[in-house]
Design a protein around this ligand. Sequence first.
Ligand SMILES: [Mn+2]
Length: 315
Amino acid sequence: MFEKCLELINKYDNIVIHRHINPDGDAIGSQVGLKYLILENFPDKNVYIVGDNPVRYSFMDESTPQEVPDSFYNDALAIVLDTSSAELISDQRYKTARETFRIDHHIQSESITDYEVDDTSYESCCGLITAFAKEQNLKLTPLVAKSLFTGIVTDSGRFRYDATTSRTFDLCSYLMQVPFDTDSIYRNLYSQSFEDVLFRAQFILKIKFTSHNVAYIYSTKEDVISYNRDFFSISRGMVSVMADIKGVDIWVNFTENEKGVIVELRSSKYNINKIAVKYGGGGHEKASGATLKDRETAMAMLADLDKLAEENGNI
Ligand SMILES: [Mn+2]
């Protein structure tokens, strides 16, 4: 599956690894994991990682993005990880690389690189990088294994989402042949400041329900200013306060910004992706996002989600 990837890595001395903006554990884990996997097995290569700041995931080892001069791209391979959407790639200079390759597990909307491996049956991009290491018999290091394991853990919802399969555990078993501290990963993932606990509590109090039990939160532009937080920690960060409520199978977080209304949709049971796509968004079957033009469109989407819940028997 990864022959072309190996061929390209062999061919280029200069490699830049890109990921999506607002990186999550999988984006950072796959980026750092692949970088050190290449450096360990091809020690003469120059491999860099670029992108915006990892913020929430800055606890991950070696996650700080590097400075790469424009000229480096002239004779470089750019590898794009964990995104299927061109505008979500952090650092658009990937387009200036001699050749481009993409490894991803998202539903593909368009072809954006010269070559790619896109397999939506994987729980994470880190799972795919691990499969690459295993298939090509590459040597792992503790840093590589820890980075990839972190991405598998975060993107599988701690091994909880449907995408978690026996292969997920096979790949983790493979990574754990190398010693690394799993407890430190979980400590970093679960610990939160008291301020964050209070912030979540504020959102919990804002939860509303449609007649068929779709949970939602709507934050206006004014609300967003009053939170005094970065947008991402409000929009994607707070959707999870509605997870695990008994009787709620669909939940949505609407957050206004200058582009319109940013929506994060989740479901524990149903395919909400089709509704995200209907409104120009995308993502996964049970976790998708979209950007809507105004509150009215947001309410139309909420009505569609309510209908989906009704059709599936929610009272
Ligand atoms: Mn991912």
